[in-house]
Write a protein that binds this ligand. Sequence first.
Ligand code: SAJ
Length: 398
Amino acid sequence: MKKVCVIGLGYIGLPTASLLGTKGYEVLGVDVDTRVVETINRGEVHIVEPGLDILVRSAIQSGNLTAALEPAEADIFILAVSTPFKEGYQPDLSQVEAASRRIAPVLKPGNLVILESTSPVKTTEDVIAPILREAGHKVGEDVFVAHCPERVLPGRILTELVENDRIVGGINEASAEVAAEFYREFVSGEVLVTDAATAEFSKLAENTFRDVNIALANEISILCDREGINPWDVIALANRHPRVQILQPGPGVGGHCIAVDPWFLVARAPEQARLIRTAREVNDGKIGWVVDKVKSCAGRFKRPVIACLGLAFKADIDDLRESPAVKIVNRLIAEDVGQIVVSEPNIKSHDRFTLIGYEEAVVQADIVLLLVDHREFKRLKAIDFKEKILIDTRGVVR
Ligand code: SAJ
């Protein structure tokens, strides 16, 4: 049985580790967080993703998945740590570096090291390979190194882990071939082979494509608002053209991927990546635009009750990372725009906001600010907002 060691048991590492644990691999999942390790070893999960609880439980019960704080010898090492940005939108690769340092002492000839974390172009070559060489390994000869970017959509992770096409970029041809062979064992999509830097760039290009196109939708929505026109009608009609596919406007772009990754391209070429930077700024700027909109409506009341519907970064998930909704609610509270009530059907409690049911929130409100297109909110009808002001940032209420 092949041994796989997965470093980082978050939104990508845990689904990958548990999937492999049910596909005939002996998997050791490694995380620096004791609480995470203990939770997984009990067969439980610390993140919400459809089907993940069942998969983890069955992988743990079969004995093929174990979680630990330290890596151990294996055939294949998968790095699935996070790659955020730090001040000035500069990539923070400290977790990739730390993970490489921790596996270096246990690597043996014939091992394969795969970076799955979305990373700046040349990370595999300029960050991981030197650390492994320093530890005495012949990279590309006796330790194979490749980048295979994760491409799964939160909410559909378990399906997409298997069905999506995968890009496998090797540090050399031999590494690419060894890594491609591994993915072909459990992926039903096509495995596309290239070099590491091309794989890194392709992943960044995918998320940047989304960001730039959402920025266009957000800018269109701001222009429509000036004209008193419904942007969702404009976009739906424009999209009836056979070659037009405008995305949906919202309160800004959230999550740990699309709101972060384009900065990796900007950081390497600040002078040239002008459109990409502007798109990021347009999407981040939508947050302030929504806050200003609420403030201008609030001015009509003495102290309005403002119901904020949704905190997650997108529909029907519990993930609040980089969520524009959270940023907007925080700003409304900080600027004391009114009495704020918050509803988020996908989480039980929040450390700063008291959560109430969405129907009750609407009843109490003078102003309803709809921030996420959760399925619950789609049940609301225009009649529910009679004599209230509705600011619908997602075009949910028709
Ligand atoms: N959003 C809009 N309008 C749209 C689409 C999305 O405002 O038309 C917003 C969402 O509300 C959310 C943000 O953009 O705040 C991102 O949501 P998303 O569903 O587009 O993407 P993520 O961040 O959940 O996952 C993306 C995916 N990438 C692409 O679709 C190209 C996923 O496949 C990647 O694996 C993931 O990033 C990642 O981990 O990089």
